[in-house]
Design a binder for this molecule. Structure first.
Ligand SMILES: Nc1nc2c(c(=O)[nH]1)N[C@H]1C(S)=C(S)[C@@H](COP(=O)(O)OP(=O)(O)OC[C@H]3O[C@@H](n4cnc5c(N)ncnc54)[C@H](O)[C@@H]3O)O[C@H]1N2
Ligand code: MOO
Length: 403
């Protein structure tokens, strides 16, 4: 395999080529948060389903504005209505149905009530304070597109239709494997040269946010046979196998050879910092093909690799465009830097001043410095062979969205 550094865009295109969307399943809406719709949902109701009042006040016909009117009925939200008697008004509350014959509502603060009559001001127009039937959703229209991720407002919208179940994509099954004899699980004591596994919980959280289900986690000893064995087991269970570490050029880096012996390595070594030794491949499985993503061991390299490669891969399997690409925000840099042959994905905080957004880079951008990721709102993309001075425009990939 050609071991020249691959541009990120090329690697991403190769990764996503031929990714099949997963099958779908029916789930109760109460359990559908974060899931991706497998088919469009059509509206079966107008929302609102009747013209109703946006205010607590009085409903009338606008030709009667400016006069003292008898109050002929009282309409609370949920109560039945009678046609409005000519030349009268109705006491009405927010959400109450507009009675036939009325065409506007005046808020109560503008009305002078004496006994069972109300003096309404003259400057009232037809339609004032009326929320029209179907204003939010028209029956028969597309309520939510296929590929929508069901977050707060979408879940509310489904409930607004009285819908209780939806067809969603199955969650991608992911096996998350850690390599490195020096890596120890929290709860155990550390020996000389050892460190705790910070990549696993970090990636678990990211992967869960992207919408997967984790079917296996394991630590692989630095041994070729063991690496092959655990990878084979993981590939038989998962749609995606993710490893961390063991993809560089050291004598103890056994992951690539194991993937090559079980399937194929499509790509290795990207023109990216951090994350250069990232490896992509596939391993055949009884019922299809498992995608392999080998993230470098340095925690920041794993973090950045997950956002740039795992998220789009998961998004493609789910058929969710919002997960396939990250929102891009143009911002001014408030730092200087220059790059060599690799694009630099710098962790930045986005701040705003009168001139718009600016990107403040974390001081230490080394790939082992995980603290640079904690406050990061975005990754500022500095293309290869470029020089950035304060005030220059940089493209930032937004990391804070739900989808
Ligand atoms: N001679 C060369 N050496 C290295 C190169 C190179 O091109 N030539 N590339 C460097 C780059 S860039 C990276 S990135 C690393 C990645 O190497 P690996 O993916 O093989 O990762 P490891 O060597 O296993 O680990 C790297 C580093 O990260 C720590 N680590 C690993 N796993 C975890 C974990 N789960 N939690 C926390 N920390 C972890 C590990 O202890 C190492 O310090 O290779 C460079 N070397
Ligand atoms: O490319 Mo490595 O991820 O810089 O440290």
């Amino acid at each position: 395999m050609d071991s020249k550094l691959k541009p990120v865009a090329e690697a991403l295109e190769a990764l996503l080529q031929g990714v099949a969307m997963l099958d779908s399943e029916r789930v109760p809406c109460d359990e559908a948060a974060g899931r991706v719709l497998a088919e469009a949902v059509m509206a079966r109701l107008d929302v609102p389903s009747f013209d109703n009042s946006a205010m607590d006040g009085y409903a009338l016909h606008h030709r009667d504005a400016g006069r003292r009117l008898p109050i002929s009925q009282r309409i609370a939200a949920g109560s039945p209505v009678q046609p409005l008697e000519d030349g009268s008004c109705a006491r009405i509350f927010t959400g109450g149905e507009i009675p036939p014959g009325a065409d506007c509502v005046v808020m109560q603060e503008r009305v002078e009530v004496t006994g069972d009559t109300a003096l309404v001001p003259a400057d009232i127009a037809a339609g004032d304070n009326i929320r029209r039937r179907g204003r939010d959703v028209a029956s028969g229209s597309t309520l939510l597109e296929a590929g929508t991720r069901l977050e707060a407002a979408a879940l509310g919208h489904l409930a607004g239709q009285g819908i209780t179940e939806v067809e969603v994509r199955r969650r991608p099954r992911v096996a998350l494997l850690s390599t490195g004899d020096e890596i120890v699980d929290p709860g155990q004591s550390l020996g000389p040269g050892q460190l705790y596994n910070s990549n696993r919980p970090m990636l678990r959280r990211l992967l869960e946010r992207f919408g997967v289900t984790l079917v296996m986690t394991a630590s692989i000893p630095d041994d070729p046979a063991a690496t092959r064995e655990v990878l084979a087991e993981a590939a038989s269970q998962a749609d995606i196998v993710v490893t961390t570490g063991g993809v560089s050029v050291g004598d103890e880096d056994h992951v690539k050879a194991a993937v090559e012996s079980l399937g194929q390595l499509d790509l290795w070594r990207l023109a990216i910092r951090p994350g250069k030794p990232l490896a992509l491949g596939r391993i055949p499985r009884r019922d299809g093909e498992t995608r392999f993503v080998g993230l470098p061991g340095n925690p920041v390299s794993s973090f950045v690799g997950a956002w740039l490669f795992l998220r789009p891969l998961v998004g493609s399997m789910l058929g969710c465009p919002a997960l396939v690409s990250l929102p891009e925000i143009p911002a001014r840099s408030n730092f200087s830097t220059h790059t060599g042959p690799r694009a630099h994905y710098m962790r930045v905080v986005l701040r705003f001043d009168e001139q718009g957004p600016y990107a403040e880079a974390f001081a230490d951008q080394n790939s082992a410095v995980l603290s640079s990721c904690i406050e990061a709102d975005a990754l500022a993309v500095i293309p290869p062979e470029s020089t950035i001075s304060p005030g220059d425009r940089v493209t930032c990939l937004w990391l804070r969205s739900d989808a």
